[in-house]
Design a protein around this ligand. Sequence first.
Ligand SMILES: CSCCC(=O)C(=O)COP(=O)(O)O
Ligand SMILES: [Mg+2]
Length: 229
Amino acid sequence: MIRAIVTDIEGTTSDIRFVHNVLFPYARERLAAFITAQQFADPVKSILDNLREEIAQPNASPAELTQTLFTFMDEDRKSTALKALQGLIWRDGYVNGDFTGHLYPDVLPALEKWKSEGIDLYVYSSGSVAAQKLLFGYSDEGDITHLFSGYFDTHVGAKREVPSYQTIAKQIGHSAGHILFLSDIHQELDAAEQAGFRTVQLIRGDGDTASHHHQVPRFDKIHPEQIPS
Ligand SMILES: CSCCC(=O)C(=O)COP(=O)(O)O
Ligand SMILES: [Mg+2]
């Protein structure tokens, strides 16, 4: 019996194009000025220190760190420091109404149904927890954060690493076999499966023939009650 569902965001609840064509450029255009303005004040000061640690360059200047962050953005590197800064910059965009968090139309009805059936809902994304709360707090369907019991980001580890899912299961408090993980990326599902999670892969666009996970095109095709324990 499924007691909790953990969902990815990009490519699962929300269109990859929203993340790559709206969110990422918004942060890229503002990053250098944001760091210049905020470098001496927390949380940015601490995030820059964390980045120095991440790249093992304790004396890197703000200008050098900014260059590193641009390289990370080019590579779509899931750096915890980059994700924290992007989340801070996106806040303005959401609050000013420059954009709302994209949700596929099948997502909200399914989340509400599962929640009403007593299934606890969680989010796991490389985007920072703050960024996740913004996307769902300022979503196309309004604030839907009340549906979620918790959020996980790269502070628990990378999404393709098995221990990340073991940590999530421990924090949720259900055994892994009672937790369903939803993602569009089969390598993330592989890691979750190795940790004992049940898995379903969202195929929102092109198929994925390299995957052995159960595949669905939309959330209304997911039936947690039919997933055997
Ligand atoms: C919180 S929305 C932005 C998601 C993001 O920054 C990202 O890098 C997507 O990573 P994911 O692990 O969710 O594919
Ligand atoms: Mg994804």
